[in-house]
Design a protein around this ligand. Structure first.
Ligand code: NAD
Length: 278
């Protein structure tokens, strides 16, 4: 690991990395950027074909990557992922990106089926818990490493009609803050990424219940026009600086500040704005 001239270590240079949900969007962008920074990357995804596509993209660009299937909601899969990484790298991973997640929304609490709650929490929250549970002790024992958890601005900005998603991401934020406190001084850093809209396939599995919700979905889609690559480069630079929070976009920063300064007006305004937008 090379030294950072500004202090701290350049954790993301030539770092052997594991990325979950690496077959698309933000996870793919992390895998490609980490490979460009000279590291070997394990690209894992529940969808093996997508993970393989990411590996082919990295191979074509001259990088080193390996694909594997892992459903992050299943603890045995995540434990096997860490073992695979150790075998391939010959040592524990330097970085893990707990990224895999799904988007669901469109219905209010009480109408949203409990099966949706379970599905979202199993992947978005339990997936990250599994990743931290498995990788943190190995990195602590090695005396170095970086854990990056992908949350969302939804972690602190509870917009209506996406309760399960909001709760899952608030859980990831709390988990990351707890882990950062527990790992302080061990050589292992924790970073939590909280973006607003990013142009990915996240809305692929989201079926909105009525026309009004479809219009709401289209507005949301229009908002999600920023590509992931610059956000991911900034996040990895923040990992190099040992930063805990990455709140990348301007509106994400605005929401973060207004929620901190004016929490109650913020929540009421979020509900009213959503009703007006429909
Ligand atoms: P995406 O749908 O493009 O990619 C998600 C990837 O995760 C897919 O390849 C999918 O196959 C994989 N996946 C789904 N369930 C899985 C499971 N159980 N185990 C392993 N892999 C699984 O979406 P994305 O936008 O790149 O999402 C990545 C992360 O970013 C998610 O945690 C999401 O909540 C978060 N995020 C996205 C946005 C956005 O606007 N796109 C904003 C904030 C946060």
């Amino acid at each position: 690991m090379r030294l950072n001239p500004f202090g701290g270590s350049r954790r993301t240079r030539q770092a052997d990395a594991v990325v979950t949900g690496a077959g698309s969007g933000i996870g793919r962008a992390f895998a490609i950027e980490l490979a460009q920074r000279g590291g070997r990357v394990i690209c894992s995804d529940i969808d093996g074909d997508r993970a393989r596509e990411t590996v082919e993209m990295i191979d074509d660009a001259g990088g080193k990557a390996f694909d594997t299937v892992c459903d992050v909601s299943r603890m045995p899969d995540v434990a096997a992922l860490a073992d695979t990484a150790e075998q391939w790298f010959g040592k524990p991973a330097d970085i893990v990106i707990n990224n895999a997640g799904i988007g669901r929304g469109g219905t209010v609490i009480g109408d949203a089926p409990l099966s949706e709650w379970h599905q979202v929490l199993d992947v978005n929250l339990w997936g990250v818990i599994h990743g931290c549970h498995v990788f943190a002790p190995r990195m602590r024992a090695a005396g170095h490493g970086a854990i990056v958890n992908v949350a969302s601005a939804a972690a602190f900005a509870a917009g209506p009609r996406m309760a399960a998603y909001n709760v899952s991401k608030a859980g990831v934020l709390a988990l990351s803050e707890t882990l950062a406190a527990e790992l302080a001084g061990t050589g292992v850093s924790v970073t939590v990424l909280c973006p607003t809209g990013v142009k990915t396939n996240i809305l692929e599995g989201v079926s909105l219940p009525d026309d009004a919700m479809s219009r709401w979905g289209e507005r949301l889609l229009r908002w999600t026009e920023r590509p992931p690559a610059p956000i991911i480069r900034g996040t990895l630079d923040a990992v190099d600086r040992g930063r805990l929070y990455v709140v990348p976009q301007v509106e994400a920063k605005l929401i973060w500040q207004s929620k901190r300064l004016l929490p109650e007006p913020y929540t009421r305004a979020a509900g009213l704005l959503e009703r007006l937008a429909r």
